[in-house]
Ligand binder design. Structure first.
Ligand code: ASP
Length: 382
């Protein structure tokens, strides 16, 4: 090992790490806009899914994706794209949000939603609302028209009444299959996971043509929730987070674990710092450089930011945080978009209703895990 080269390389790299401003990347292949959506993760078994049902879910996901794509392709904002994508899923009885929300222990539908703008990290969230057709729009009104971030129950409804949002009676939110889940849960003394097998929360993340990120999440929570239980979906930092410096994330899963890990913000924070410090990559790069004197001469630490801004690093950060959720006993998944337009899915369940698209022609919707076996996507590297 050439000691002098090693120290030169190390010093140059540390200088880069200490100066985040120089860590800008210039990714010429980056899409101009990107979007990813989810409609919940969980035990989605191939043998329990009829082709008709799968087609129905895929069509609903594609409709949501199309609504978000249209906004972005026309130059609209990431915030508008997120709302446009979430609304059709809130209006569909297939997903556990808005119309298809699960029932509380008392037999009500109580809705949670949150939204965040990566430009200025302004955020809005509501929990326990019962009359608002599209809670994602109310969350955004909290962001834009109130001095607060998070409103609950009656107070949130009172605030909503002056905002011109569409309301609906309880019958709009009551779906037979969700009611049967609650009845079964009570009769057979089951947990929410036993009766639902999957989480149906919906969410979207987007990068717009101006380089801004946004994330939004909407849910009915978990079947049989009681005592005013609030999950992760409306909690900024747990179920939703967006920061132009790192990423935008929307989560679905067993909310208690996502709150404990602070999943959405944890991933974004890792990416923000990971753009400068990914120790494994750093050590690999440094050892490659120092073992080759010619390379060491040419070594340019400004090459590192491109690696730290890559899709691989984003996937690793997401998988590693989801592995922490798993280690604690929780499950679920996330969608993510980076400032370079990389879209990432990570879930430790056998499936996640999901979709993604970008300005370069990418368009896909999927239900099951990557492997035919239904293996989860998250394969943490430590
Ligand atoms: N995360 C949601 C909650 O815990 C449930 C879901 O994802 O469907 O309330």
């Amino acid at each position: 090992m050439k000691t002098r080269s090693f120290f030169a390389v190390l010093a140059a790299t540390l200088a880069l790490i200490a100066n985040p401003a120089s860590a800008e990347t210039d990714d010429h292949d980056a899409p101009r806009w990107s979007i990813a959506i989810h409609g919940g993760a969980g035990t989605i078994a191939r043998d329990q899914m009829t082709p008709e049902k799968e087609a129905e879910y895929e069509a609903a996901l594609q409709a949501a994706l199309d609504a978000g794509k249209k906004v972005l392709a026309e130059g609209g904002s990431a915030m508008d794209a997120v709302k446009a994508a979430v609304i059709p899923m809130e209006d569909s009885p297939l997903f556990n949000a808005g119309r298809g929300a699960v029932f509380t222990w008392e037999g009500r539908n109580e809705l949670d939603a949150s939204i965040m703008d990566g430009r200025d990290r302004s955020a809005g969230a509501v929990t326990g609302v019962t009359t608002i057709k599209n809670p994602i729009l109310l969350a955004d009104k909290v962001r834009t028209d109130s001095p607060h971030v998070f409103l609950m129950g009656e107070g949130a409804e009172e605030f909503a009444s002056g905002q011109g949002l569409e309301t609906a009676g309880p019958e709009w939110f009551e779906t037979e299959s969700r009611k049967r889940s609650l009845e079964r849960m009570k009769a057979e003394e089951l947990s929410a996971l036993d009766v639902d097998l999957k989480f149906g929360t919906v969410g979207a993340v987007a990068l717009d043509q101006d380089g801004n990120l946004a994330a939004g999440t909407s849910t009915g929570g978990m079947t049989g929730k009681r005592w005013g239980r609030i999950g992760d979906a409306p909690v900024i930092g747990a179920g939703t987070y967006a920061d132009n410096r790192s990423c935008a994330v929307s989560a679905t899963g067993w909310g208690e674990y996502f709150i404990r890990v602070g999943v959405a913000q944890e991933i974004c924070t890792r990416l923000r710092f990971g753009r400068m410090i990914d120790f494994e990559a750093l050590i690999n790069t440094l050892s490659e450089v120092v073992s080759d004197e010619a390379l060491a001469e040419d070594y340019d630490p400004s090459d590192l930011p491109a690696y730290f801004a890559s899709e691989k690093v984003a996937q690793n950060a997401a998988d590693n945080v989801m592995a922490e959720v798993k280690e604690l006993g929780g499950d679920g998944g996330i969608i993510l978009v980076t400032p370079n337009g990389h879209t990432v899915f990570s879930f430790n369940t056998s499936g996640m209703y999901r979709g993604r698209a970008n300005s370069e022609g990418l368009n896909e919707v999927a239900v099951f895990g990557g492997a035919e076996t239904g293996e989860p996507s998250a394969t943490p590297d430590h």
